[in-house]
Design a binder for this molecule. Structure first.
Ligand code: PCA
Length: 214
């Protein structure tokens, strides 16, 4: 059995739902065989999120951590390659905080790479018939904050853990009156299921081009 911690986020920015939490909850209710999954909902609050993540890791002792967040406007699952040591918020978080150019971790490295096998994850999601790409920016809001927090925890306290961040599109119910891309939450959960299986199995990532020209 591989112990997997899945995190999703509470709704933010005036939304009623957050598909990241809905999807990880669905997945943890029916995990793939060989996977012992726990889903935890994180607050969309800069000052709390990384403490809550650390507590969840200490409680569940996972081998693999997949943090998930909503990225409205994206068309498929996007596996984040990198997270940066800065918080620069265009909107307030759920506690009203809007940091500008503050480090996630004072004195921490400028950035960390994901320790997920990115290419194998993307290939597995596509194999399940669901769009997926590698993303080279997780933004500078709370998702990047937790992605950096996770990578820093792995680098400094939990060296045996592998993990990273995945952004997912709007759910259809969030864009009923807007011309914006969306994916049903059940589809997102199926994509994450394939991703988790690939991440648990893969020790050496695929060597295929998934970069961006701009
Ligand atoms: N998405 C936001 C924060 C919470 C979430 O689900 C982000 O991309 O930073």
């Amino acid at each position: 059995m591989t112990r997997v911690l899945l995190t999703g986020f509470a709704p933010f920015g005036g939304q009623q739902v957050n598909p990241s939490w809905q999807a990880v909850k669905l997945l943890a209710e029916a995990p793939p065989s060989g996977v012992d999954a726990t889903a935890v909902e994180l607050p969309c609050v800069f000052r709390e999120v990384n403490t809550r993540l650390r507590q969840a890791i200490e409680r569940t002792e996972p081998e693999l951590v997949v943090c998930v967040g909503q990225a409205g406007g994206r068309t498929g699952l996007t596996v984040e390659r990198v997270c940066v040591n800065v918080a620069d918020a265009r909107i307030p978080d759920n506690a009203g905080a809007q940091p500008i150019d503050e480090p996630v971790v004072e004195g921490g490295p400028a950035a960390y790479f994901s320790s997920l096998p990115l290419k194998a994850c993307v290939a597995a999601v596509r194999e399940a018939g669901i769009p997926a790409t590698v993303s080279n920016t997780a933004g500078t809001f709370v998702c990047n904050h937790v992605a950096y927090g996770l990578a820093h925890l792995i680098a400094t306290r939990f060296p045996a853990v592998r993990g990273g961040f995945v952004h997912v599109p709007w759910a259809p119910e969030q864009v009923l009156d807007r011309a914006e891309p969306s994916l049903p939450v059940s589809t997102v959960a199926a994509g994450l299921r394939a991703l988790v299986v690939a991440a648990a199995r893969t020790t050496v990532d695929l060597r295929v081009a998934e970069g961006a020209t701009h």
